[in-house]
Design a protein. Structure first.
Length: 315
């Protein structure tokens, strides 16, 4: 276990050694720090972004919101690093806008939430909507990424990190075991117990005549699949895909957007996403695959679901 985790840390060390640029790192931390503070102090995500669904503006708001974070870090850090070649490259703007746009449209899409199947009970209809929310990423960005890869990015191996490469997988499993005690500790906080589990089976008792464990497992499978898609976008498209143009400089803008997608979650989770996003991004760059991030993400997410259920049913 120690050797496999040490191998991961060596890869992270190699990345930082090659990439570290003090002003860029400081700027990124200040940028995300300011907006984390503003969000949790004034409830921006809650009052503006979530409200955009009911106002019908979400498919405009979310792409614009994420592009602000991406270019708010990408352009200044490229200037600080004096990488004017990338700034003048139209491919940089085409690919980054494309990636952020399809992700933002997926998050902002809400038409499925108005679905009403008359023959279903209210809880059953709500369950179907939750499942569709987990699966919509397949349509909104897996399909476009698959097409772009085979039409535009033929030289990149696999589908932006979905490759046959599996180096350092033991290390990722060991990393999860290392992080698990911290997840368990955090699970005792009120914020955690209010947010988790994401799927609350007690709201869906008896749906479709199925036992609780069966419809819960099916939901968690789709929940896990959504994390595969998240890794494909952030560590795949925004790191491996953009690295073809930006090299290691692709990591910090990705971290900013990754932080922004956590703004509706507990503060501790948002802060940890900055460091977690950087680590997973650095490892994806070094290994050229996203399977490690998929493993850690899914195992931690499902652990949080289990812990949330344990806390609820033990009250």
């Amino acid at each position: 276990m120690k050797r496999s985790v040490a191998a991961l840390f060596r890869e992270i060390g190699k990345f930082i050694k090659e990439d570290f640029h003090l002003l860029s790192y400081i700027y990124t931390l200040i940028f995300v720090g300011i907006f984390i503070f503003l969000n949790y102090e004034y409830g921006f995500y809650r009052n503006v972004m979530k409200t955009s669904y009911t106002e019908g503006n979400s498919m405009f708001y979310f792409p614009a919101f994420y592009m602000f974070f991406y270019f708010g870090v990408a352009i200044p850090t490229l200037i600080l690093r004096k990488d004017f070649k990338t700034l003048k490259n139209s491919k940089f703007y085409f690919k980054s806008v494309f990636f952020i746009l399809i992700y933002g449209l997926s998050i902002g899409f809400y038409a499925h939430k108005n679905l009403e199947i008359g023959s279903l009970f209210q809880e059953e209809n709500a369950y179907i909507i939750r499942i569709l929310s987990q699966l919509k990423s397949l349509l909104f960005y897996f399909v476009p990424l698959y097409i772009l890869k085979h039409v535009y990015d033929k030289k990149i191996e696999g589908i932006y990190g979905l490759t046959r490469k599996t180096n350092h997988l033991k290390g990722y499993f060991s990393l999860f075991l290392f992080l698990l005690p911290f997840v368990i500790l955090i699970s005792y906080s009120p914020d955690f117990q209010q947010a988790y589990p994401q799927f609350k089976p007690w709201f869906y008792d008896g749906i479709f005549g199925l036992p609780t464990y069966l419809y819960s497992i099916f939901f968690e499978i789709t929940y896990a699949l959504d994390f595969v898609m998240t890794e494909l976008m952030f560590r795949g498209a925004l790191v491996i895909g953009m690295a073809a143009l930006m090299g290691r400089k692709a990591i910090l803008p990705m971290v900013a957007v990754y932080c922004a997608i956590h703004f509706g979650k507990p503060l501790g989770e948002t802060i940890s996403s900055v460091f977690g996003g950087f680590i997973l991004g650095a490892l994806a760059y070094q290994t050229r695959h996203i399977w490690g991030g998929v493993i850690v993400h899914i195992l931690i997410a499902l652990s949080m679901e289990v812990l949330g259920n344990i806390h609820h049913y033990s009250k």
